[in-house]
Design a protein around this ligand. Sequence first.
Ligand code: ZN
Ligand code: ZN
Ligand code: ZN
Length: 368
Amino acid sequence: MGTDSGVFHDRLARVRERMSDLAVDALLLSVGADLPWLCGYEAMPLERLTMLVVPAKEEPTLIVPRLEAPRVDDRPELFRLVAWGETDNPVALVGGLIGSRITLAIGDHTWSRFLLALQNELPARRWHPASMVTSALRAAKDNAELDCLARAAAAADRVAGAIHHGDIALVGRSEAEVASDIGRRLIAEGHDKVAFVIVASGPNSASPHHEPGDRVIGRDEMVVCDFGGILDGYCSDITRTVVTGEPTPEMQDMYAVVSEAHAAGLSAALIGSRCADVDGAARDVIADAGYGEFFPHRTGHGIGRDVHEDPYLVDGNHTLLEAGNAFSVEPGIYLPGRFGARLEDIVVATEDGPWSLNQADHSLVVVG
Ligand code: ZN
Ligand code: ZN
Ligand code: ZN
């Protein structure tokens, strides 16, 4: 785990404060990112229940299957550990810890079989998603988290650099081959896991979430490379669009618009800006250039332990950016059946203005 427990004490204090504001009597966390964020332990996504029960005022208890108990770092100062055996009923154990508490917030990713069993065990309670408590707290990254995100972004930048410098060849190879090279490189540069790799070439570059396939990359094509991994629990996510030869004037013009939209989104990413307005800043540039209908997705998403989390930079989201919010700025233009381009960096809202964690070249680099 490696993170010192002061960080977890601070997070637990913030969680309790928010529980009290929302009149939540107990928080129940199982699989998903809330649990490792709060206490450093990640539940195995298996049929045996792991659950941290955090009553509003009393000591938290982590319920784990006995065979997984050795994976739990001893953190007596953070929670009490209860290991259950193969013939125990963990749902009844959780029920006992909840007692007569009424308003419960349960992890959004908890398996429905456990939620249904708990609802049967604990009738006449009010159930809410745990994100109601945790999401805004997780969105405002603390320094330990910003350090992880910055290291993940720097590692992703080095992979983008490898593409730009021709260390990963594109022409004459399939998208899937290039994608597996990018995945290996993500690991070589320090990620613990590959989260996803999109390599979309030629007409496929007009599909924002294209699945890399057998298509062999040719000359004079746009290629959108969007990839990310997980480093010390935190995600990277970067997109660079390259061209395998000479871009046409239309490709250059379109890319210039994407690049300008990205710059506009980045400079709007200030503490106190509405998420919708950051989206609007990027979108207006694209609309003004006549490409409005070809930018079909939101400008960005929060990032942390999950690749996509709050805050979402999307029209209609009037949430104000706060210090420590980390999110992508990733406008794109996609001309169906022809070509597309996207430019994506991870950005943090800070007191000193927008801080771009990614520094890889923004230009439409010509590669082989
Ligand atoms: Zn995406
Ligand atoms: Zn991406
Ligand atoms: Zn993204």
